[in-house]
Design a binder for this molecule. Structure first.
Ligand SMILES: NC(=O)C1=CN([C@@H]2O[C@H](COP(=O)(O)OP(=O)(O)OC[C@H]3O[C@@H](n4cnc5c(N)ncnc54)[C@H](OP(=O)(O)O)[C@@H]3O)[C@@H](O)[C@H]2O)C=CC1
Ligand SMILES: N[C@@H](CC=O)C(=O)O
Length: 412
């Protein structure tokens, strides 16, 4: 019986998880693919590190040795950064191998280039692991929503950020300690600035936008804010109001263009993301026939990510065209012009005595923080004039948490 030969680039959290899963699920893979799957080679950087890899696997830091193997059906990429990754994957495609990547930074920047090359060489690309870890969001959008017109996609897309926010709230951990734990657990990027400043979620959002709307917004127009400014005090204040901080990406398409933002916002109990905690991610798709669908699951870590890669292994071995059904029908929202919509905000530092005809006070959390209703323009004006120190939008409805809370939070 012929065998499917795989090379894994990188043997860190993801690469090792893929290697172990190919072994632990060998029977299932053989059953579904009709052939055994064998890891032929692993590319690493540091040859001195001790690794638990079978002797018959080629371990090398020279990709040419992998390209020279007599058979190479699939190259799984789980290394870091745009280069040398892009170059290695192009070489793999040119050699006729299907590729699978977990590397969102590289894929957000160069996905289209790889698709064109893959099409010419008649190979497939799997990239499920680039967005939301173990949640099969790419396949869901690709296979289940061909006729639905998608209005909006919202998601918690960075496991590390959600983990940090949860640890800070539940266990009263400091930001630094929570980040350090996320690193130990293998959730964070090699450079965790990517996680906590929103770059990782931004790349994932761009990949999702391509799937959901067939195109991306202009990258410069996307508001990208990370969680590094969220203090324990802010988290505590929000909790008093029955709200939780979540780092949320949102994308929608209006008549003329795609809007996207990646930033910390507040959600109340009725929001589907309120209970998405720890390293979990969630993606909510709103489309015209089905309504709202929320997918939730582990957004980072060894085996959740390996799960996405292994399912992609089946997908590419069945030689699905890499770009199949990439564009699904989109609904055009006739939204009120950005900036003029009245929204709910948690605002800090605004004097209780401040009155403005266009600002409605909803609840006072502490002497320093309140929930107000205002347009984004008014909020920006308050910040420019330094009448407030910071503010965060509240998604969905705001309801005080309990009777008890109504006593402590003055509803005006
Ligand atoms: N961790 C996670 O939960 C998830 C990560 N990802 C993505 O997967 C990729 C890998 O992440 P992760 O496993 O966490 O990273 P790690 O840092 O744990 O592992 C990276 C691996 O890549 C190897 N490597 C790095 N640079 C090179 C190079 N130039 N040539 C050869 N090998 C190289 C390292 O080699 P050596 O061991 O020798 O140092 C290491 O084995 C990243 O792009 C990440 O964004 C995607 C989804 C989830
Ligand atoms: N660092 C990423 C890993 C998965 O993509 C995250 O925390 O989400």
């Amino acid at each position: 019986m012929s065998v499917i030969k795989v090379a894994i680039l990188g043997f860190g959290t993801v690469g090792e998880g893929v290697y172990k899963t190919i072994q632990s699920h060998a029977e299932e893979l053989e059953r579904v693919l009709g052939r055994k799957v064998e890891v032929a080679a692993i590319l690493i950087k540091n040859k001195q590190k001790k690794r638990n890899i079978n002797e018959d696997v080629l371990i090398t830091s020279d990709f040419n040795e992998i390209l020279s193997l007599p058979q190479l059906d699939v190259v799984v990429e789980a290394i870091v950064g745009k280069e040398p990754t892009l170059t290695l994957l192009k070489q793999a495609i040119q050699r006729g191998s299907h590729i699978i990547t977990a590397n969102k930074e590289m894929f957000a920047h160069h996905g289209n280039e790889l698709f064109e090359l893959a099409e010419r060489h008649k190979v497939s690309i799997g990239f499920e692991a680039t967005v939301a870890g173990g949640i099969p969001v790419i396949q869901t959008l690709r296979q289940l929503l061909n006729v639905n017109r998608v209005h909006t996609v919202q998601g918690i897309l960075n496991g590390t950020s959600n983990f940090i926010l949860t640890e800070m709230r539940e266990k009263k951990q400091s930001f630094a300690d929570a980040l350090s734990l996320a690193q130990k657990k293998g959730y964070a990027e090699v450079d965790p600035t990517n996680d906590v400043e929103g770059f990782d979620a931004f790349y994932k959002t761009m990949i999702l936008s391509r799937i959901a709307f067939g195109e991306e917004p202009n990258w410069q127009d996307v508001e990208r804010v990370g969680i590094s400014s969220i203090t324990s005090e802010l988290i505590e204040t929000a909790e008093k109001l029955g709200l939780r901080f979540k780092h949320i990406a949102s994308i929608n398409k209006t008549c003329s263009h795609i809007n996207a933002a990646v930033k910390p916002v507040l959600v109340g109990k009725s929001h589907p993301f309120y209970s998405v905690e720890g390293v979990e991610n969630a993606v909510n798709v709103h489309s015209d026939i089905v309504g709202r669908i929320t997918l939730q699951g582990p957004g980072a870590g060894m085996f959740p990510t390996a799960s996405a890669v292994i399912e992609d292994l089946v997908y590419v071995c069945q030689n699905q065209p890499s770009n199949k059904n990439f564009t699904i029908t989109t609904a055009e929202n006739n939204e009120v012009k950005k900036g003029n919509k009245i929204e709910l905000w948690l605002i800090q530092g605004l004097s209780k005595n401040y009155h403005h005809p266009l600002i409605t006070w909803v609840a006072q959390a502490t002497d320093e923080a309140a929930v107000i209703q205002a347009t984004r323009e008014e909020i920006e004006e308050l910040l420019i004039q330094q009448k407030a120190t910071c503010c965060f939008p509240i998604l969905g409805e705001y309801e005080p948490e309990s009777k008890n809370q109504e006593e402590t939070v003055a509803i005006l």
